[in-house]
Ligand binder design. Structure first.
Ligand SMILES: Cc1ncc(C[n+]2csc(CCOP(=O)(O)OP(=O)(O)O)c2C)c(N)n1
Ligand code: SF4
Ligand SMILES: [Mg+2]
Length: 351
């Protein structure tokens, strides 16, 4: 059994969002992951975020690589576009799709093996190019699907279930995303939906490369004492730099907050991220200080969560390349192929 379709029965009184869909309309097939797997909680957070943002499911394209994490797009947004690519190659397929049609909302879903081991090069370049997307890395420190080998995000000295110790230095994906030019960088925990859901919403609204590393324990292979990606370890070492609330541009903010430690970060599309700072000195709009702060906490073995960096005025790949706005599938043959005379001119310019 590889999947189970969910029964299509909807209770008539289920609440609908502004585009007329119920929460059930954002679900997918029944998950076949292990009971208690962090990845399922991330799927639930994604369902909630897309439902509450009133996004039309057919306006979303979900792309993933290979792994338990990369299987999850089958378990949410069942009415959206989907592409399960090759291991570690999701970013290039997502980039191509985005270049062909910028009208969709792009959601990349990956694992730590998929992104930090085999796909490290693709991961770095998709951030550098500023592809407008929300990239979710479901980080459990192991290759769950292939039975628990250490991945490149496993901490040095952490222990596998059978006792072997990881001798290699880890890739810190948020530091790398920041270094490579991502304009929205966050970390969260699959067990903290209150933090994760607004982060996902803000990442969707962000018009550039948005990256969220979500620590997502693998209950089958990496949830024991000695693992730094277990539920217990993350709960004990979680340091949130801020808690955030998110308002899409069409909604007025009508909740009162005391001034102390609260900052508003307006996004390019008019939406607002309101940050309640838990680390008073932390400024998520300062890339260099953010990088230092993250590195200091990595050295202490703490899991720094929250919105770690945001550029309120990002530029995306289309701006870099000065592309046309129209999606390729909206163009006729004449627009797509301007003819041999134009091609001749282009070729002549290159001689
Ligand atoms: C080219 C290629 N190499 C190796 C594999 C075997 N493989 C499948 S999933 C996987 C690792 C997945 O780990 P991760 O991305 O962390 O996902 P998780 O299962 O932990 O969620 C590997 C090595 C493959 N499918 N394709
Ligand atoms: S093996 Fe690990 S990552 Fe895969 S479904 Fe089970 S708990 Fe989740
Ligand atoms: Mg993994």
């Amino acid at each position: 059994m590889t999947y189970l379709a969910k029964p299509k029965l909807h209770h008539p009184t289920l609440p609908k969002n502004k585009v007329g869909y119920t929460r059930r309309d954002y679900e997918g097939k029944v998950s076949t992951l292990c009971a208690g797997c962090g990845h399922d909680s991330i799927s639930a957070a994604l369902i909630q975020a897309f439902f509450e943002l009133d996004i039309l499911p057919h306006k979303v394209a979900k792309l993933s690589g290979i792994g338990c994490s990369s299987k999850t797009p089958d378990y949410f947004l069942g009415n959206s576009h989907g592409f399960n690519t090759v291991h570690g190659r999701m970013p290039s397929v997502l980039t191509g799709a985005n270049l062909a049609n910028r009208d969709l909302i792009y959601l990349g879903v990956s694992g730590d093996g998929d992104s930090a081991s085999i796909g490290l090069g693709q991961f770095a370049h998709v951030m550098r190019r500023g592809v407008n997307m929300t990239y979710i890395l479901e980080n459990n420190g192991v290759y769950g699907l292939t039975k628990g080998q250490f991945s490149a995000t496993a901490d040095k000295g952490s222990k596998a279930k059978k006792g072997s110790v990881n001798a290699d230095a880890p890739v810190d994906t948020v530091s790398l995303a920041l270094l490579m030019g991502a304009t929205f960088v966050a970390r969260s925990f699959s067990g903290d939906k209150k933090q994760l859901v607004p982060l996902v919403k803000a990442a969707i609204a962000h018009e550039g490369a948005a990256f969220i590393d979500v620590i997502s324990p693998c209950v089958a292979f990496n949830n024991h004492a000695g693992s730094t990606k277990s539920y217990d370890y993350v709960r004990e070492h979680n340091e949130a730099v801020n808690r955030l609330d998110f308002w899409p541009n069409r909604e007025a903010i009508n909740i009162d907050y005391s001034e102390g430690g609260v900052i508003d970060v307006p996004q390019h599309d008019g939406s607002i991220i309101r940050l309640r700072k838990t680390h008073p000195e932390y400024d998520p709009t300062d890339r260099i200080r953010a990088a230092n702060h993250i590195a200091e906490h990595v050295a202490k073995g703490e899991v720094l969560t929250g919105l770690l960096y945001v550029d309120p005025n990002p530029e995306d790949l289309h701006a870099h390349l000065n592309t046309v706005e129209k999606a390729f599938n909206q163009m006729d043959a004449k627009e797509l192929c301007p003819g041999s005379a134009v091609l001749e001119k282009v070729n002549a310019a290159l001689r």
